[in-house]
Design a binder for this molecule. Structure first.
Ligand SMILES: [Zn+2]
Length: 180
């Protein structure tokens, strides 16, 4: 799908959600956005900052009986964390399936933390998002950040510093596709 088409689709989806009462926090606030998105999709969403294991994506969303858990990399900048969370919420808002966890695994995720073996087991068992889903979630993240007054707009890619560009490339191509 062309970026402009994808962007329109994301804006359209956001309009639908707004019509159902979703109001985006301005300025951007990851925790508040999770609370509101959770209310919009009828599933509570918890945020947990963890040191993501080596080889794992920066963010992962799990589905449990008690709602969604968005795990995101603790050891990175706030701006990057906001982007990771927005991307994960993009998956949620677009109705992409997340990785199912039973209660015991969910408890282990929250305490004492996400372990490499668990990440790989989950990813291997459930597969990963498709490339198209990754692009959709990334565009939704851009739209969410923009609509919350963050992010420069559709020309963002051109204006990225090399570090940001590398980050975006990793987000686009590797986020849910850890190797090894
Ligand atoms: Zn993703």
């Amino acid at each position: 799908m062309k970026p402009s088409t994808l962007r329109r689709a994301c804006l359209h989806r956001l309009e639908e959600l707004r019509a159902q009462g979703l109001d985006l926090p301005r300025p951007f606030d990851a925790r508040e956005l999770c609370r509101r998105v959770g209310a919009a999709v009828g599933q509570p969403i918890s945020l947990v900052a963890v040191p993501m294991p080596s080889g794992a994506p920066y963010g992962l969303t799990f589905f449990t009986d008690a709602g969604h858990i968005v795990a995101y990399e603790r050891r990175t900048s706030r701006v990057h964390q906001d982007h990771i969370v927005a991307h994960e919420l993009g998956h949620v808002l677009l109705g992409h399936r997340s990785f199912a966890l039973d209660d015991e695994a969910a408890t282990r995720l929250l305490f004492p933390g996400l372990r490499p073996t668990m990440v790989h087991r989950v990813l291997n068992r459930d597969g990963a998002y498709t490339r198209a889903e990754e692009q959709e979630a990334e565009m939704m993240a851009t739209v969410l950040l923009e609509e919350s007054g963050r992010h420069p707009g559709p020309s963002a890619d051109r204006d990225l510093s090399p570090g940001d560009a590398a980050l975006q490339a990793r987000l686009r191509h590797g986020l849910e596709h850890p190797t090894g």
